[in-house]
Design a protein around this ligand. Structure first.
Ligand code: ARG
Length: 464
């Protein structure tokens, strides 16, 4: 019989109910946080004079022993003890006797589990932030190393304008940077300590809430006991930031899948991040990118589960909330392994500069530049656009690039095009360097963007 049934429900739980009731297979993962929270609570009880110093010492020493047993795999959680909290407390009482029963003074599993969850989320968010930083490091290093690699920029997945690989890698980096910001932001709100909120209406004991919060590294105690025990928007915010991170990683994954196809041939993943086929001996598959792309779907599901769980929930803890753990754990699991795998794949892949350059040579990528040249000479851009559009049509009908049209054709299209500057306008490498506007792909602009990003990431890491 579990300790929570106490004197109220002397009869055992029906087996069907027990199967539904138990959560230790999932929340067992919170054991470190649970013990840490209990240690802080016990010390707080002693500071408040609610239990004696020696009782607190017996309890914290006992909790240490429980932790050791779990760490060494000696303590097997029992499903009939419901959850991690009951398993830890029951084992504590087994080890130190009835004094262990004083631990739960002034506490409910409702404020306990809310505290455990916040501690857990803080730890995993820190890990995620560190992993985001490692991915950013890789992106910045590759952006720097590949600074002279030119490639097309795409719209509608059609070649659009000349650009550089580093600029593209830095676009990925911007997404990752914002993901970092959202996670950090979620962290500021979740970093409050629910202990002392009790089941719903606080506690009559003079608990040292601020001291316990500080000991657990929280910014402050939560401000309202009903809210602290019954709200999970901190999980939703996190799951949202994580789902979006997953979506971003999936976009990078999608591009790696495309780029590693023979059709693009822009990148070759290293063997360490590729797989083969059980049937086709020639295959080298970009599974890392596909798995990252696929796992984001699960992350989105986790967010939906949490939103649905909270929707319409009356205030005050409801047991529905037990179902919040799997999705938030899944949300982290949908991002953390992806970050490290993607960082590894990107650190070890080989970009094919020749193939990227070749992609610049077909598709009239400098058409905008030719129109810009006309605009520079005073032709209204709309007219210039029309003139160049007609030239592209002409080139297409001849099966050549704009560049290869004869002099007369340009001159006939517009007199201002009969100029030697035309060659410069149609040179992809020069076209990239002309785009030195802030946020553009010119070499010096991208190098400055890399330097700026390095400073941002460094400052962000030192703030943590
Ligand atoms: N396992 C429970 C959960 O995760 C702990 C809180 C139980 N509270 C209760 N009133 N039955 O939500």
């Amino acid at each position: 019989m579990t300790i929570a049934r106490g004197g109220r429900l002397p009869n055992g739980l029906d087996a069907a109910m027990e199967r539904l009731n138990t959560s230790v297979d999932v929340d067992g993962a919170l054991w470190r946080e649970d013990i840490r929270g209990s240690v802080a609570h016990a010390r707080g009880l002693a500071r408040a004079g609610v239990i004696s110093e020696s009782d607190a010492r017996a309890i914290t020493d006992g909790l240490d022993r429980v932790a050791g047993e779990i760490e060494r795999g000696e303590l097997v959680f029992r499903r009939d003890r419901e959850d991690v909290h009951m398993n830890v407390e029951a084992r504590l009482v087994e080890l130190i006797g009835p004094v262990g029963g004083k631990l739960h003074t002034g506490r409910s599993r409702n404020d306990q589990v809310a505290t455990d969850l916040r501690l857990y989320c803080r730890r995993l968010t820190e890990e995620t932030l560190a992993a985001l930083g490692r991915l950013a490091d890789v992106l910045l290093a590759r952006a720097e190393a590949e600074i002279d690699t030119l490639m097309p920029a795409y719209t509608h997945l059609q070649r659009a304008q000349p650009s550089r690989l580093s600029h593209h890698l830095m676009a990925w980096q911007e997404l990752v940077w914002r993901d970092r910001g959202r996670l950090t932001d979620a962290l500021t709100r979740l970093n409050e300590c629910p202990l002392g909120s009790g089941a719903v209406a606080g506690s009559g004991f003079p608990l040292d809430r601020a001291g316990v919060a500080a000991e657990l590294g929280f910014e402050r105690p939560t401000r309202n006991s009903i809210d602290a025990t019954g709200s999970r928007d901190f999980l939703i915010e996190l799951a949202s930031a994580l789902a979006l991170t997953g979506v971003h990683l999936s976009r990078i994954g999608e591009e790696l899948v495309l780029w590693s196809s023979s059709e693009f041939g822009f990148v070759a993943l290293s063997d360490g991040f590729s797989t083969s086929s059980s049937m086709m001996p020639q295959k080298k598959n970009p599974d890392v990118a596909e798995l990252v792309r696929g796992r984001a779907a699960r992350g989105m599901g986790a967010l939906m589960s949490l939103l649905a769980l909270e929707k319409g929930l009356a205030f005050g803890y409801g047991r529905d909330l037990q179902e919040d753990k799997r999705p938030i754990m899944d949300a982290f699991d949908c991002v953390l392994p992806c970050l490290d795998a993607l960082a590894g794949a990107l650190a070890t892949c080989r970009f094919d500069a020749e193939r990227m350059k070749a992609a610049l040579e077909r598709g009239h990528l400098c058409a905008t530049d030719l129109a810009d040249l006309l605009a520079l000479k005073g032709v209204p851009f709309r007219e210039a656009h029309h003139v160049v559009g007609a030239l592209v049509r002409e080139a297409e009908s001849r099966g050549v690039e704009l560049l290869a049209l004869p002099e007369e054709t340009f001159a006939a299209a517009h007199p201002a095009l009969a100029t030697p500057e035309r060659a410069g306008a149609l040179d992809a490498a020069l076209a990239v360097e002309r785009r030195s506007v802030l946020g553009g792909p010119a070499k010096k602009t991208v190098l400055a963007a890399v330097a700026d990003a390095r400073v941002r990431w460094k400052n962000a890491a030192s703030l943590r």
